[in-house]
Design a protein around this ligand. Structure first.
Ligand SMILES: [Zn+2]
Length: 360
């Protein structure tokens, strides 16, 4: 039996349905799991995505031909039935289920997480024969606290910044991470300002019915001293905090919110004041539990720590293999784990110890 989804030079391709999923080159029909730039790229003739992701794709890709569908809505594309299912990653994120008329089912996950996120529906694992999974945090060292625990850490740090008359500046990726972080904060914790790229996505989220605390789009009208006196929290993409944009705030503390903050080498490498471990990707227990819940006997592993995950799954009797794709972590390159020799060494040595005990 030939594979229902294969890797081509344009991306993941389903020949029976004549469509691509998250293609990295221009194609006729692109099914898009979510709006991050490594999954949603310009130049295709037609796009299909979840309806909550439509505005995100238009904001990022311009005037495109995009159809929005509901979760579980079944489309007949060529010889296969296709449906989108919640992935719990960011607003509108979906796993894509493909079924042949002989009843064979494949699911392409895109990116996903198992943890609670107030800004999007939680993942619903889908039964399938073959599951194509990401592996961004596919090492047993990656175990994340829930978002509300991290929010408490952020509020505590923010209070300390306020007491020192400093702006609390937190770097969070502008699509998904920033909104999840904001939505986790208690009401009236203090004035919140956001970078323009975060403001644009905030508005899309609120347009889709997501509740966020009050925020103000930071412009050049807002004076740095005033924000410091107010004890403001400022949310911006990490690239802005690392660049000249942030330097007008003489009185500031800098933090980043990322799953990579779990690795000590990453924190040492940067001159930041705090790292908050918050990710929109599944941690190791999340990957294992979702893969198990699909019931898939065959698992194809894309971007991330694919080789350790493939080894773990193979040792447990699954037919697992790596699938080379062009996907990455949306926070890359600044958060790529191999950017830090320290981090790589720590990850390699810790994983060697932990791979053997797996998860319960
Ligand atoms: Zn993503």
């Amino acid at each position: 039996m030939s594979d229902l989804v294969t890797v081509t030079e344009s991306g993941l391709y389903c020949a029976m349905g004549d469509f691509y999923i998250d293609p990295w080159r221009s194609v006729k029909l692109a099914l898009v799991t979510h709006g991050h730039s490594d999954h949603a790229r310009m130049g295709s003739q037609r796009y299909i995505t979840h309806k909550d992701g439509q505005a995100i794709l238009r904001y990022r890709l311009g005037e495109i031909d995009v159809t929005g569908v509901d979760y579980c809505q079944v489309l007949q594309l060529g010889g296969v039935k296709v449906s989108f299912h919640p992935a719990g990653h960011v607003l509108g994120s979906a796993q894509i289920r493909i079924e042949t008329d002989k009843g064979e089912v494949w699911v392409v996950s895109g990116d996903y997480k198992a943890q609670y996120d107030p800004t999007c529906p939680g993942i619903e694992p889908v039964r399938c024969d073959t599951f194509i999974t990401e592996s961004t945090f596919g090492l047993p060292i990656y175990r994340f606290n829930e978002g509300d625990t991290v929010a408490c850490e952020i509020v505590d740090w923010w209070e300390k910044c306020k007491a020192k008359g400093q702006v609390a500046m937190v770097g969070a990726y502008s699509l998904g991470k920033a909104q999840r972080l904001l939505a986790s904060l208690p009401d009236l914790a203090g004035p919140i300002y956001v970078h323009g790229s975060v403001a644009a996505i905030n508005s899309i989220y609120q347009g889709a019915g997501v509740t966020l605390p009050a925020w103000t789009h930071l412009t050049s009208e807002h004076k740095a001293d005033k924000l410091a006196k107010e004890g403001a929290l400022l949310v911006a993409p990490p690239s802005s905090i690392e660049g000249p944009w942030a330097r007008r705030f003489a009185k500031r503390q800098e933090a980043f919110a990322s799953g990579w903050m779990l690795v000590r080498g990453r924190r040492r490498m940067r001159s930041i004041d705090r790292g908050f471990v918050l990710s929109d990707h599944a941690d190791w227990p999340g990957l294992i539990s979702v893969i198990a819940a699909t019931g898939a006997e065959r698992v194809l592993v894309t971007h991330g720590f694919s080789d350790p995950l493939v080894r773990y799954l193979s040792e447990r009797g699954l037919n697992a293999a790596t699938l080379r794709t062009a996907y990455g972590d949306e926070e890359a390159p600044e958060a790529a784990p191999d950017a830090s020799p320290d981090a790589s060494i720590e990850v390699a040595s810790e994983s060697a110890n932990l791979l053997s005990d797996g998860v319960s």
